[in-house]
Design a protein around this ligand. Structure first.
Ligand code: SUD
Ligand code: ADP
Length: 283
């Protein structure tokens, strides 16, 4: 909320939704080491919550059930995002997403700060690199709706008409390093998705198509954290599960279901000590 002359006023709230890679094809590697990706990315109706207040000096207050997993200093991506725009904000971060979990929590938080700054300061535009220098997932998280992500993350093409999609997210409480999993990939030149994506009429059709696609980081993540394989098997065994797969570099995995009731029942049956389990709607 800002006055007409662009002077910041008041405070602004943003949701930083969880990012899910329904597919994650690793198709090459650049000379600088970054990997080329082709990924169908969607977002949950669940995420971190940020409250941004213009301030004289940057400040960060982290709260919420996952607060302990994230840094509270200037290395936190929310402070880095604000600093990259040259804006001083007092930021309250209610952390609900597990960190280092393949669901882009840090990137989603950074993107939410960039969106929030533009809302507070209409005189400012988004960074020309769409936040890529903060993290490869930030450009897609800026959109926070279904998209096809390519390049190292800078090419984001909207995917419209996604069918209603319900899911369960399961994280077994093991942090997985994105850099480590990328480094340990056996192959880095896998095929991309088809040039033109189909239009899927319903969740079952989409899941059937996804079954022929891949997450090329999944095998390496299971090798590093075998519990990921147990999570996928447990999700796949739930009633009505249309597809079970890992998101990003792990360790969070998802199951797809035709409706909210099936996803809710699956979430209940997947409860285990130390597992973070949530039923969500994807879009
Ligand atoms: C793998 C993905 C898939 O969506 O998700 P997560 O597992 O992180 O959620 C992303 O590409 C992760 O994006 P993000 O977590 O923002 O990556 P960055 O902070 O930029 O980079 C973390 C590490 O991963 C490597 N990296 C990242 C992206 C990419 N296309 N190629 C890479 O090799 C970088 O070399 C770096 O060492
Ligand atoms: N706001 C933030 N939320 C989560 N992690 C953050 C944040 N700021 C910095 N980090 C750091 O970024 C790393 C990657 O976290 P995250 O983005 O959640 O994982 P992933 O890349 O697997 O999706 C964490 O290990 C954490 O130390």
């Amino acid at each position: 909320m800002a006055t007409d002359d662009g002077v910041p006023k008041g405070r602004h709230e943003e949701l930083a939704p969880a990012k899910i890679n329904l597919t994650l094809h690793v198709t090459g590697q650049r000379a600088d080491g970054y990997h080329l990706l082709d990924s169908l990315v969607v977002f949950a109706d669940l995420g971190d919550r940020l409250t941004l207040t213009p301030a004289d000096a940057p400040a960060l207050h982290v709260a919420g059930p996952m607060a302990q997993a994230v840094p509270t200093g200037p290395e936190n991506l929310v402070l880095r995002a604000a600093a990259s725009m040259g804006v001083a904000l007092d930021i309250r971060l209610d952390k609900h997403l597990p960190a280092a979990a393949g669901i882009g929590g840090g990137s989603a938080d950074a993107a939410a700060v960039l969106r929030g700054i533009v809302a507070l300061r209409p005189d400012m535009g988004l960074p020309t690199d769409q936040g890529l220098s903060l993290g490869a997932d930030v450009p897609v998280c800026l959109r926070a709706r279904a998209a096809r992500m390519r390049g190292i993350g800078e090419q984001v093409d909207p995917v419209e008409d996604l069918p209603p999609l319900h899911a369960v997210l399961v994280n077994p409480g093991v942090a997985v390093s994105t850099a480590t999993i990328f480094r340990s990939l056996a192959r880095k030149d896998n095929p991309p998705m088809p040039a033109v994506l189909p239009v899927w009429g319903d969740a079952a059709t989409l899941a059937g198509w996804l079954a022929g696609q891949r997450n090329d980081m999944q095998a390496a993540a299971i090798a590093a954290a075998p519990v990921v394989g147990q999570v996928i098997a447990a999700i796949a065994a739930t009633d009505g599960c249309l597809l079970a797969r890992m998101s990003g570099s792990g360790a969070t995995c998802f199951g797809l279901y035709a409706d909210a009731q099936a996803a809710g029942l699956a979430a209940t049956s997947l409860a285990r000590p130390g597992w973070w389990v949530r039923a969500v709607r994807l879009r």
